[in-house]
Design a protein around this ligand. Structure first.
Ligand code: GDP
Length: 194
């Protein structure tokens, strides 16, 4: 995919703020600091369009990006940051529920996990949550450059097993450092944008 244009259009906290022109949409979710912004920026060839909105203290919003005036990427606020208050966590949950239950233009969600580590309980919950809403999921196992090449398969198997992934769902190893997995990710995403 050649990205000619990528712009943030809105940071939304509730449904009435979502864009309503019905372009197909791909959401991106993951634990705080997992490498979600780096994944988005790498895919759209920008250094810094997607910001780390998940950083502690920042407002938790759904960030809508238009890509090539044809579809949306939606950056979902990161989860699993320990120091978030109960109230903020609840607000996050309500925002997630509203978005994933109502958004009928959502075609696919990319769930980003760290290939170095066993997926966390939060990662499992996010995967189950998406399956519950019957949303197609692509798992991206990022930071591939941080493990030895000969460990790749073992680490991928651990991701699949820990998330108890549906055999029909794919996992793609990826690195924002080396761009490995970028073309494969775009090929996969493109199938959901037709
Ligand atoms: P976010 O909070 O999920 O958006 O995470 P960021 O994209 O800000 O990444 C968190 C940290 O991980 C940053 O220091 C990134 O430079 C680093 N990072 C992200 N992806 C990769 C990767 O594929 N390889 C390596 N080595 N570092 C990465």
């Amino acid at each position: 995919m050649k990205v000619n244009k990528a712009e943030i259009v809105i940071s939304a906290v509730s449904e009435k703020q979502y864009p309503n022109n019905r372009w197909p949409e791909i959401a991106l979710a993951g634990r705080s600091n997992v490498g979600k912004s780096s994944f988005i920026n790498k895919l759209i060839n920008r250094k810094n369009l997607a910001r780390t909105s998940s950083k502690p203290g920042k407002t938790q919003t759904l960030n809508f990006y238009t890509i090539n005036d044809a579809f949306y990427f939606v950056d979902v606020p990161g989860y699993g940051y320990a120091k978030v208050s109960k109230k903020e966590r609840e607000k996050w949950g309500e925002m997630m529920e509203e978005y994933f239950s109502l958004r009928d233009t959502l075609r696919l969600t990319v769930l980003i996990v760290d290939i170095r580590h066993k997926p966390t309980e939060d990662d499992r919950m996010m995967y189950d949550f998406l399956k519950h809403f019957e949303i197609p999921v692509l798992v991206i196992a990022t930071k591939l450059d941080k493990i030895p090449k000969n460990k790749k398969d073992t680490h991928l198997k651990r991701v699949i097993k820990t998330l108890e992934m549906d055999p029909n769902d794919a996992v793609i190893p990826f690195s924002a450092e080396t761009s490995e997995g970028k073309e494969e990710a775009w090929r996969y995403l493109s199938n959901y944008l037709k």
